[in-house]
Design a protein around this ligand. Structure first.
Ligand SMILES: *Cc1c(COP(=O)(O)O)cnc(C)c1O
Length: 451
């Protein structure tokens, strides 16, 4: 029987995170101050982030050592397994070789603890007592709740209202780890009260919840803010995923022709892809890198590459990224983690440079792919990585039609065991596709600030 599950040993957990900044083909555009419209300095971020993370955000060092205490917590689930999807290949009758890296084995059930643990560690190092954050689908909130408990910090989570209602057990999970959770927009902040006054039935969005969490952090001296995606240091923490994949492929004497991942803010995709991007930029590996986003929030495929705010209200610095306009509230698709108006600046730049390509898919096609995967491989995937599964399946079918034997790697960045309401909607025929929200996006595009 051929080997199905490939695992490294505990000692093979990476010793350092990979920082792609020094290897970029062109420099990353500076982050701008929302008031002065001039590049910001590390000091401007001090009210919301600890120095250790600010230094990582702007670091030019290629490898940043992972603190021993962080590696100790990583040992609870890392190294994560790499699977060869023989049963899916058979179901598709494809000559393609399909592999997936499974991050759902972490305590919170996704890749998010890779950065949550690191962020909680650096905050604790600097005497921070409490972290405030937002969560979309609930995965980031659970990861940070778990990480805060590991390092003795309090945690306040602003959870996008539609997810708060769709996923009550994600909230219970966060509360089990000791966090306090409110539905966003909430009456706890000025930003939340403002939106509730104007739109009492707002389903919330990541952009709104970020506004609330940032306001919470700047208004309390014991509190910092923590972001689960988008930022350079977050994508860097996630590179443990791609480094483990590379090490395993090297052991097997193989390498991927294609690396596929879903993108909300871009952290799980950056995490699996960046170590391979390095080889591609150095001309050592001919690999296609595919970021998959929802048709309902298509920031790369339909957005513009320009400076915009990271949140809805306009409290954050301006970053150059693919954006649909910061006031755009994406339709309430079930892949809550992908409902974001922007994209990580690092992913955006690599797309702009043609090193990474992007595709957009509709949610019913995504769930169809998720079911096919679950029935073949057993694991029930989260709706977010099911976007990657959909494209991996499309590519495997192309291989069948052309007779090519490509090696496809995708990131199964989370399980779907808290997403059964979404599966229920699909199975009972209640799941609908949202048309590309053209008017809403055009209106939001006009909210993009001029520099
Ligand atoms: C948060 C999340 C996402 C979206 O965020 P990225 O930063 O793009 O990875 C996707 N999948 C899962 C399972 C998540 O938890």
């Amino acid at each position: 029987m051929a080997q199905t599950k490939f695992v490294l040993e505990e000692k093979d957990i990476p010793q350092a995170w990979y920082n792609i900044i020094p290897d970029l083909p062109v420099p990353l555009p500076p982050v701008m101050h929302p008031g002065t419209k001039q590049p910001i300095g590390p000091g401007d971020l001090a009210p919301i982030f600890p120095t250790g993370l600010i230094m990582q955000e702007v670091s030019g060092e290629r490898y940043v050592e992972i603190p021993e205490e962080v590696r100790e917590v990583y040992k609870l689930w890392r190294p994560t397994p790499l699977y060869r999807a023989y049963r899916l290949e058979k179901a598709l009758d494809t000559p393609a070789r399909i592999y997936y890296k499974y991050e759902g084995v972490s305590p919170a059930g996704s890749h998010k603890p890779n950065t949550a643990v690191a962020q909680a560690y650096y905050n604790r190092q600097e005497g921070v007592k409490r972290l405030a954050t937002e969560t979309g689908a609930g995965q980031w909130g659970s990861a940070l709740s778990f990480a805060c408990k590991q390092f003795g910090l309090e945690c306040k989570v602003y959870m996008v209202k539609v997810s708060y209602q769709q996923k009550p057990y994600r909230r219970s999970m966060m509360e089990t780890w000791g966090a306090s959770v409110v539905a966003s927009p909430s009456p706890d902040t000025n930003a939340g009260r403002g939106i509730l006054a104007e739109f009492p039935n707002s389903p919330g969005s990541l952009g709104i919840a970020i506004s609330e969490a940032v306001e919470d952090a700047v208004s309390r001296p014991d509190t910092k803010y923590s972001l689960g995606s988008v930022l350079n240091h977050v994508l860097m923490h996630q590179t443990v995923i791609g480094q483990e994949c590379k090490a395993m492929f090297e052991k097997m004497g193989e390498s991927p022709d294609m690396v596929i991942g879903c993108v909300g803010g871009g952290s799980s995709f950056g995490g699996i892809a960046f170590p391979f991007v390095k080889d591609k930029l150095e001309g050592k590996l001919d690999v296609q890198l595919i970021a998959v986003e929802p048709e309902a929030a298509p920031s790369i495929t339909r957005g513009v590459y320009t400076y915009d705010f990271g949140d809805t209200v306009g409290l954050t610095p301006l970053v150059k990224m693919f954006t649909l306009g910061h006031t755009f509230v994406p339709p309430s698709i079930h892949a809550g983690g992908l409902r974001y108006h922007g994209m990580a600046p690092l992913i955006s730049l690599l797309c702009e440079q043609g090193i990474i390509e992007a595709r957009a898919v509709h949610q019913t096609a995504v769930f169809e792919a998720a079911l096919l995967f679950a029935q073949a491989e057993g694991i029930i995937p989260a709706p977010e990585p099911s976007h990657a599964i959909k494209v991996a399946i499309d590519e495997a079918i192309k291989c069948r039609e052309s007779g090519q034997t490509k090696t496809i790697l995708f990131n199964l960045c989370g399980h779907g065991y808290f997403d059964m309401a979404a599966y229920d909607a699909y199975l009972s025929g209640r799941l609908e596709d949202y048309a590309y929200p053209k008017e809403e996006i055009e209106a939001a595009m006009r909210s993009i600030p001029q520099l």
